[in-house]
Design a protein around this ligand. Sequence first.
Ligand SMILES: C[S@@+](CC[C@H](N)C(=O)[O-])C[C@H]1O[C@@H](n2cnc3c(N)ncnc32)[C@H](O)[C@@H]1O
Length: 262
Amino acid sequence: MERRPVSEQESRRANGPDWDRYADEYQATHGEFLGDAGFVWGPEGHTEDELRVLGDVDGRDVLEVGSGAGQCSRWVRLHGGRGIGLDLSHRQLQHSLRLDAETGVAVPSVRGTATALPFAAARFDIVFCSFGALQFISDIDVAVAEVARVLRPGGRFAFSITHPTRWMFPDDPGEPGLTATQSYWDRTPYVEIDDATGVVSYVEHHRTLGDWVRLLADREFRLVDLLEPQWPEHHDRVWGGWSRTRGMLTPGTAIFVAELAR
Ligand SMILES: C[S@@+](CC[C@H](N)C(=O)[O-])C[C@H]1O[C@@H](n2cnc3c(N)ncnc32)[C@H](O)[C@@H]1O
């Protein structure tokens, strides 16, 4: 692993195939926790039923960016919304088709990238990402502009990401993950390189809390909430760097809720 600048093209070329390779393991490991038609906002396990971040989805056009196997959009469909998924990974979308068949709740989904949404302007009432896409993108200003373009006036944009403060710490669920070792202000992406080929195989991008506020404001979004879900008292599930050990002391997830001011 290393930290170095990476372009949007390089990020996409790495992350699409990476998610294709990882999809089977991801769904096998986390599928039950997510629920086939469940809506979980992050490793802390808070659900949309509890948080009600999207507002009423009934009768609304709803786009999920980075939809994976479409669990959240299936929840939207069960609650009367016209949920549609978009994801970069072919294999993740195959899992979505599998869950469509298994649950009988189909989520129309398309393969694409968050920086070029294949939809007409003002097509949706709500766009959301549950740890989907945003932290894998270099051209994040383009992605936020795309969301603003496809939303109707007053439309809602809600997304969960790794809490920006987590970037100060090693991505370790244990005690070492509690000691700050790197600068919060260093936006240099996290990059993994394939040892055999020397090619970039995984990329994650970091923005500070202030960066996100500015990105939203620049596209005429009004921030209506920023949720920092607390680790639940009896929750003891480890997901990557998220754990009870760290979660009791530091926030692991940030959920931004914004609305178009126009
Ligand atoms: C952590 S998963 C989250 C998926 C789903 N929301 C869930 O909770 O399981 C992130 C997803 O973002 C997708 N993704 C990564 N980069 C993307 C991009 N540029 N555009 C669209 N989706 C992307 C990945 O393929 C992956 O399915």
